[in-house]
Design a protein around this ligand. Structure first.
Ligand SMILES: Cc1cc2nc3c(=O)[nH]c(=O)nc-3n(C[C@H](O)[C@H](O)[C@H](O)COP(=O)(O)O)c2cc1C
Length: 304
């Protein structure tokens, strides 16, 4: 049996669930002694896939059986007719599908990906994990036992002691607070507004600033569920184009008052965190910096 030393964990995610699961698995692989990154499929340089020996794909299905936005380029490439049928002979893989069996095209993307990888010569370590949002235990119902089998197939350098479980936390991001020297970080780029800062890992196209126009409770006061109808308006008369099946992601913004209160609390408790300090966030893979992002703490609340 081969021993895996490195695995790439790649996700296609529309509303972050697959990303969160992929990152969780990535942390476990670090504990198991494996190298390799966790990335959105479209951020991974696809030409490198032919050199990889192990890969795990975590893919959601969205729309009517469609692939998430952050794997569209990857998928288009993989479907090229001129790819030789032995392109991926070195690759052993697993596919985890995140779906919802109330849709006709249940886990369509994961199933298609699994099939296409095999057409290109890659060998599956296991059948596709068909996780179902409708299950009482959610995606974990299928995922947990599937992963146990998958880790066993990888025959990793280190093993998880079942009596201890996974307790060690391996952070993906390194954060540092910079108090004064702004020029020191300017070479990495300075994002003035964290809500609109675009990065190479951010696939949400054309973010738009919206304000809540109304927020009305639609259920009766005596009902145990508080269901709301929220209506939004654009501030600069911008027009938003959308069509059925589109996904609308909302990034809530902290209110200016809340942020001022927070800095007030830091001050009262002599905690040295000031609005003009900079937060620098970096991502490392195998000692090399992959990504860096800086913002002024006061930009947590409003556009500068
Ligand atoms: C707009 C929308 C469309 C969806 N379409 C499908 C589908 O066609 N087939 C399926 O199996 N699941 C479908 N799902 C369920 C998602 O795949 C599931 O909720 C998954 O956990 C989302 O993962 P993500 O957060 O990584 O995007 C859909 C979900 C949404 C919100």
């Amino acid at each position: 049996m081969c021993t895996a030393k490195r695995i790439v964990i790649l996700y296609g995610s529309q509303t972050y669930t697959s990303q969160e699961i992929a990152e969780r698995i990535w942390r476990t692989t670090k504990i198991l002694g494996l190298k390799g990154p966790v990335q959105a499929l479209d951020d991974y340089p696809i030409s490198k896939l032919i050199h990889e020996q192990y890969a795990l794909f975590v893919c959601a299905t969205t729309g009517e059986g469609e692939e998430p936005d952050n794997m569209k380029a990857f998928w288009k490439f993989l479907l090229r007719k001129n790819l030789p049928s032995n392109s991926l002979v070195n690759l052993k893989f697993g596919v985890i599908g995140l779906g919802d069996s109330s849709y006709d095209k249940f886990n369509f993307v994961a199933k298609k990906l699994h099939k296409r990888l095999m057409q290109l010569g890659a060998q599956p370590l296991l059948d596709t994990a068909l996780c179902d949002y409708q299950h009482d235990l959610g995606h974990d119902a299928v995922l947990m036992s599937w992963l146990e089998e998958f880790y066993a197939k990888l025959n990793t350098p280190l093993k998880i002691d079942p009596s201890i479980g996974v307790t060690k936390f391996v952070p993906r991001w390194k954060t540092t607070i910079i108090k004064n020297n702004i020029t020191m970080i300017s070479e990495y780029g300075l994002n003035k507004d964290m809500y609109f800062g675009s990065t190479n890992t951010d696939h949400f196209v054309n973010p738009i600033y919206l304000e809540i126009e109304s927020n009305t409770r639609t259920t009766h006061e005596s009902h145990f569920q508080d269901v709301r109808l929220l209506s939004f308006k654009t501030v600069n008369k911008e027009k938003i184009n959308y069509c059925p099946g589109d996904v609308f992601n909302i990034r809530p913004r902290n209110s200016k008052d809340d942020i001022e209160d927070l800095f007030g609390i830091f001050e009262t408790h002599n905690i040295d965190i000031k609005p003009h300090y900079m937060l620098n966030i970096e991502e490392y893979h195998e000692g090399k910096r992959q990504f860096s992002f800086s913002l002024k703490l006061q930009s947590m609340n409003y556009k500068l």
